[in-house]
Design a protein around this ligand. Structure first.
Ligand SMILES: Cc1cc2nc3c(=O)[nH]c(=O)nc-3n(C[C@H](O)[C@H](O)[C@H](O)COP(=O)(O)OP(=O)(O)OC[C@H]3O[C@@H](n4cnc5c(N)ncnc54)[C@H](O)[C@@H]3O)c2cc1C
Length: 484
């Protein structure tokens, strides 16, 4: 079945119009804002369906959802192009929030964006399904069938045709083939995995409270593999929320005695990708919390009760989170003969076009985009995804006008690490590319500004600010930690 982007019936109902979206309504084609467009079309204005360029974006994450939202507003609504998002999930949660979901500090429902509603409000189409391949000569991508929890088919296997294809499917955890990771460790790639870790954490506390015998060694230990920003931030959040949970009357647990948080890093210091001063400041804060840090420690195996290090030692821990390294999804390893690097990223030109096909672009974590004067590509970070999405909007508009593509250049604004309520630490890039160290309240405000930028790109400034206000109020009145 081929989907040209215009064949399926549009979904017109949404919550804004007072109609609740039904979960089974999983595909949407934007409502036609000019039903009589053909009769009153001016040059360069709305085109008939068949004449529309089909712009297909696969992956609605930090990069892809910002891109389709802006393209939908600028091109889709005005019928200057058909903009389609292909996405394997139904809702979007900005990934840098996942460690807070895992620790139970936030309720994901407050931050999630429903793709179907977003598509309707912003003039793009949404195709629910996982991309499993591409046929470059026919210019179609293939989607797998989708199934519900009972195994019943929701959407059949199908194809989506494109004129311009943008791949934005992000990254997944790289376990480097370490034994036992798939079976025993929880990765933090999706909201479901983060929620699963949170359930295991809360359940472990409740079990320890109600069991007959004393708390076993390792029963309330959390081992986090990978001390990059995600690992360090998760350790601090888990430290805080486990104490909050125990504070709700789980009096058989003594946090100082029973709860142990261990952070394990193969490099010789934590936050190896950030300046040493940031790494040292974060290390001091973690030490103050009593979080145990092992550097120069390579994990060779994860078991049901803990993990083994290369030196033969064993760390007992019934809860293991794997946050060490990323790679692009496996589907890109053999993707229509396009060039990929050793971590499956599509190799792109500075214009973000893949090296072997100028009609296929890649942005975000799944793209290996060269950096002028640097040996390594643009890093897999939310700020790069945000910048590339913004650049891509202009790129698509230039293509529609028949102008040539412009190169993208990554601008590093610095990196910040937020350790829950303890502090935020990082370096910001000043003038002439020189970094300066910041810590405390200002750093915390800067840290949150990246999320605000994302929310502004998705909802506009008034709604983004309203969201901030509502959540701030809720945090003052609701429980400080999610217990279910
Ligand atoms: C726990 C955690 C914390 C982080 N914290 C920070 C931080 O503080 N600062 C920072 O700069 N960066 C941070 N990052 C990295 C940042 O989240 C990523 O760089 C960013 O999300 C990349 O955006 P993306 O659009 O490329 O991919 P994603 O945001 O991952 O989106 C990819 C989308 O593609 C969809 N998808 C995947 N495969 C398919 C398929 N085959 N077919 C259809 N759809 C598909 C997925 O469902 C997803 O919606 C963090 C990452 C994690 C995991």
């Amino acid at each position: 079945m081929t989907d040209s982007g215009s064949a399926e019936a549009g979904l017109r109902s949404n919550r804004r119009n007072g109609v609740i979206l039904r979960p089974e309504q999983l595909d949407a084609t934007p409502a036609d804002p000019h039903p009589d467009a053909g009769a009153r079309r001016r040059p360069d204005e709305p085109l008939a369906d068949g004449a529309l360029q089909r712009i297909v974006v696969v992956g609605g994450g930090a990069a892809g959802l910002e891109l389709v939202t802006r393209l939908g507003d600028r091109l889709g609504r005005r019928r200057r192009a058909s903009v389609i998002l292909v996405e394997s999930a139904r809702t979007h949660l900005w990934k840098p929030l996942l460690h807070e979901v895992a620790a139970g500090s936030i309720d994901p429902g407050e931050y999630e964006v429903n793709y179907l509603a977003q598509a309707h409000w912003h003039g793009f189409g949404y195709r629910f399904g996982e991309m499993i391949g591409v046929d470059r000569s026919a210019k179609v991508i293939h989607l797998a069938a989708t199934l519900d929890d009972e195994g019943r088919e929701i959407t059949p296997p199908r194809s989506v045709g494109y004129d311009t294809l943008v791949i934005a499917i992000g990254s997944i955890t790289n376990d480097f083939g370490t034994q036992g990771v798939t079976e025993h460790a929880v990765p933090l790639e999706t909201p479901a995995q983060a929620a699963r870790f949170n359930r295991r954490l809360v359940n472990a506390c409740i079990r320890a409270q109600t069991q007959d015998g004393p708390v076993r060694p390792g029963q309330l230990h959390v081992a986090i593999v990978g001390a990059g920003a995600t690992g360090a931030e998760l350790a601090a959040e888990v430290y805080r929320t486990t104490r909050e949970v125990v504070g709700y009357g789980l009096d058989r647990i003594d946090p100082e005695r029973d709860i142990r948080i261990v952070l394990i890093e193969a490099a010789d210091r934590i936050l190896p990708g950030l300046p040493e001063r940031v790494s040292e400041a974060v290390r001091r804060l973690l030490d103050r919390m009593g979080i145990e840090v092992h550097t120069g420690a390579k994990v060779t195996e994860v078991t049901a009760d803990g993990l083994r290090l290369a030196d033969g030692s064993f760390i007992a821990s019934e809860l293991v989170v794997w946050a060490a390294g990323v790679k692009a999804p496996e589907v890109l390893r053999q993707f229509g003969g396009l060039e990929v690097n050793r971590v499956n990223q599509l190799v792109v030109e500075p214009t973000l076009q893949t090296t072997r096909d100028p009609d296929i672009f890649a942005i975000g974590d799944c793209a290996a985009c060269p950096r002028q004067g640097e040996p390594t590509p643009v890093p897999p970070r939310a700020q790069a995804a945000h910048q590339e999405a913004a650049h891509m909007v202009g790129q698509i508009e230039r293509r529609l006008r028949g102008d040539s593509s412009l190169p993208y250049s990554y601008r590093d604004f610095g990196s910040l690490v937020a350790l829950g309520k303890h502090s935020t630490v990082g370096n910001l890039m000043g003038l002439f590319g020189r970094g300066f160290f910041i810590e405390g309240l200002f750093a915390g405000v800067m840290y949150r500004s990246l999320r605000t930028l994302h929310e502004r790109a998705l909802h506009g400034t008034p709604r983004a600010l309203l969201g901030l206000l509502v959540r701030a109020l809720w945090r003052r009145t609701g429980p400080p930690v999610k217990l279910h």
